[in-house]
Design a protein around this ligand. Structure first.
Ligand SMILES: Nc1ncnc2c1ncn2[C@@H]1O[C@H](COP(=O)(O)OP(=O)(O)OP(=O)(O)O)[C@@H](O)[C@H]1O
Ligand SMILES: [Mg+2]
Length: 270
């Protein structure tokens, strides 16, 4: 059997909780530790592609489209960047993809899985990370149907617990009906700063909810750190460009926790 990478969906329907930042930083931290890493930008906003310094060319639209004239193998879309390989998104084209997929709603849920399974380009990777949009759309269902694990970034704002609960309901439906192997890797708290009372209260609620569901909250918390905005503006990856700032140290520590948890899947799949 051909080697198969560990496939990770990074999702939370709540906006601005650092899904994209977690995806690009965890990917770069794993790459720096020697893993072959592919990132798929599934978000129509294409923030990750912009931040990572992608150039124009074929995109994930070409992987997902049902238009035979535009369809491509994912291998033809991948850009080799210094921090990881990237299948980028495109604001212009990805805006239409949900409507396109909606023409056959059943097949639509498995489009990404079918395209990745058929691609000879995937087996060289140890890990594939997918950055999901801030909703529970077909694109998120596609990511959950192909993923081995889902990682949930969450901040300590009001409404975080409700956001996670909605995603966990969707994950449960996917596990029951569409992808039995899907596991919840856990919740990672992002953008934490001084221990405000409300932040601690929400952390406590998230901990209690995770415990009740049997899910892990990662020991590593990602501290608030403005260097990330500088790295985004530079179109460089913070892990490579500013390795000693707090956000780089924290995502490196998250990568170490992740490797410990998924050592078997990450290493033996080579
Ligand atoms: N640890 C951090 N410290 C400071 N700023 C951060 C941190 N993590 C993320 N940010 C900033 O917060 C903003 C939102 O982050 P990001 O785009 O990763 O969130 P998202 O969940 O992907 O958002 P969306 O739901 O729109 O896709 C960005 O401007 C990013 O630079
Ligand atoms: Mg995002």
């Amino acid at each position: 059997m051909a080697a198969k990478p560990l496939i990770i969906a990074i999702a939370n329907q709540k906006g601005g909780v650092a899904k994209t930042t977690t995806c690009e930083c965890l990917a770069a931290a794993l790459h720096k530790k020697g893993a072959e890493v592919l990132v798929i930008d599934l978000d129509v906003q294409a923030n990750l592609s912009t931040y990572a310094g992608a150039v124009s060319g074929p995109t994930v639209y070409n992987v997902l489209t049902t238009d035979k004239n535009r369809m491509m193998d994912i291998g033809e879309t991948i850009q080799r960047l210094p921090w990881f390989d990237l299948c980028p998104s495109s604001k212009d084209e990805m805006g239409n993809i949900e409507a396109e997929l909606n023409k056959n709603p059943i097949a639509a849920m498995f489009t990404l899985r079918d395209r990745l399974e058929k691609s000879p380009a995937i087996s060289k990777y140890n890990v594939v990370l997918m950055d999901c949009p801030p909703n529970l759309s077909y694109l998120v269902v596609n990511a959950l149907c192909v993923a081995d694990v889902c990682l949930i970034p969450a901040n300590r704002d009001l409404g975080s617990k409700e956001g996670i609960e909605g995603l966990l309901d969707l994950i449960k439906s996917v596990q029951d009906r569409l992808n039995k192997k899907l596991q919840v890797a856990g919740i990672v708290l992002t953008r934490t700063n001084a221990r405000t009372k409300i932040g601690q209260k929400i952390s406590g609620e998230i901990d209690a909810m995770a415990k009740e569901c049997g899910y892990k909250v990662f020991n590593t918390q990602i501290r608030q750190c403005v260097t990330i905005d500088q790295a985004h503006d530079d179109r460089k990856n913070v892990i490579y460009q500013y390795p000693s700032c707090n956000i780089s140290l924290d995502y490196t520590s998250l990568a170490e926790e992740f490797i410990k948890e998924f050592a078997t899947q990450l290493m033996l799949r080579r």
